[in-house]
Design a protein around this ligand. Sequence first.
Ligand code: NDP
Length: 328
Amino acid sequence: MGHFKAWVVEKTETGQSLTFKDFDEADLMDGDVTVRVTHSTVNYKDGLAMTGRSPVVRRFPMIPGIDFAGIVEHSDHGDYKPGDAVVLTGWGVGESHLGAYAQRARVKGDWLVPLPAGLSPAQAMAIGTAGYTAMLCLMALDHQGVTPDQGPALVTGASGGVGSVAVALMARAGWHVIASTGRDAEGEYLRGLGASEVLDRAELSKPGKPLAKERWAAAIDAVGSTTLANVLASTKADGAVAACGLAQGMDLPTSVAPFILRGVSLLGINSVTTPQPKRREAWARLARELDHDKLAAMTQTVPLPGVDTLAEAILEGRVRGRTVVEIA
Ligand code: NDP
């Protein structure tokens, strides 16, 4: 047992503090696998945890960081042994269980997946929770039976983490991708990832009609609120929308019109507690289907001590694509 470096969120009289400090390994929470964390990422939820903007931290002190890749150091779990490379997303890590912005993590082995063949730990975290969620959205649309011959696919929040991976995956799957963004300057970036058209998100962000012109057969929405209502209103008959995010808001000011008059399906996506078989299928598909050059083009890297500088930026929609946090 020893000490290691970690970001720690603590409760204060006025709210919460975030400090980079030594953490005693003896204070890690229960779990049957201890991992030397090598990489993590910055997701929207990490921004919420670090700033306290929304009460996602449900235990203090908390080490934020909802996902990691690393090497098993100690294991009492039958599936893992020291030296195994593993990946973790979700399960309340970084929210109710001590998280990834640290050199060590102790978790339940049942929460881990083996590092997928064909991906390095850094690439797995370039994908991270956001990219894995984009794949869950694509799998939900596939399961629903919508196909590229029915029309285009819209991706909202396209320059963000979920959005960037979704654009690349949907284009690879043969969709004519319409990427909705609020960032004028990112048109070329989004076309580079595979978008065929770029849409100004202002067209979707203000209150619209319950039903509008049919424009896309499928959508992946990371934005929620009025945007999701407008996405549904313009989805073609028998189309489907996978909803995973709330970057604009938690509300959904819509009507039943798209559902009962056009047979549109709204598919909810929760990446946190996805069962193991679906988790492993998603990671296997990511390893096969996500172009490595596109992944590299959407990824920046920060060292662990600098991760706090991105907390506000991701909540304000100023971070492009994905960010890997190098721990070692
Ligand atoms: P990012 O901040 O990287 O991306 C969000 C994007 O949404 C921004 O880049 C921006 O894209 C757009 N956006 C931001 N604010 C607004 C606004 N006010 N109105 C319209 N668009 C806006 O976050 P992530 O990609 O990591 O996460 C996206 C969402 O998905 C978050 O709400 C997150 O909580 C959720 N999520 C949910 C998961 C689940 O299990 N359901 C798992 C992972 C994420 P642009 O500039 O291109 O318009």
